[in-house]
Design a protein around this ligand. Structure first.
Ligand code: CUA
Length: 159
């Protein structure tokens, strides 16, 4: 069977690109430790109000510059920081956000950070971020969740 030189070249280029792709996937997973987000745990969305830690949502200091923020996402607010979520922390603080939804799928994104998560009923979402620079960081729900979706926001104030 005679194979045209161009065809051989295309097969070779395709094989090299496939190999580079596999190496890139391997490097991100094993060397950089980047994984797909997985739920931190499961929870009955109808029993959030009586299940730890969502029975007492809020911001808690757990150490020097260490905080836990437990937040319930529901139409259309992040409880317990109504009317808009406002979290005040000093610069250099590391905050672990633990979230769950009591109704529909919501989003939890903090502008100018790498915090970008889905909040899914039945699942516990956990994200951690260190706020090094002072400023106002807008929190938004970035999953469409109904008529009041655009009013579901808040902020982190870093002083
Ligand atoms: Cu909650 Cu959009």
């Amino acid at each position: 069977m005679k194979i045209h030189p161009f065809e051989k070249l295309f097969v070779a280029i395709s094989a090299v690109l496939l190999g580079l792709g596999l190496v890139a996937i391997g490097a991100t997973v094993f060397a950089a430790g980047i994984h797909l987000p997985a739920p931190h745990g499961r929870i009955d969305p109808t029993k959030l109000a009586s299940t730890v830690p969502f029975d007492s949502p809020g911001l808690q200091q757990t150490g020097p510059n260490q905080y836990n923020a437990v937040i319930v996402a529901q139409v259309w607010q992040f409880t317990p920081f109504p009317p808009t979520t406002q979290i005040e922390i000093p610069a250099g603080s590391t905050v672990t956000f633990t979230l769950s939804s009591s109704d529909v799928v919501h989003g939890f994104m903090i502008q100018n950070t790498d915090v970008n998560a889905m909040v899914i009923p039945g699942e516990i979402t956990q994200v951690t971020h260190t706020f090094d620079r002072p400023g106002e960081y807008l929190i938004i729900c970035h999953e469409y969740c109904g008529i009041g979706h655009d009013q579901m926001f808040g902020k982190v104030l870093v002083a």
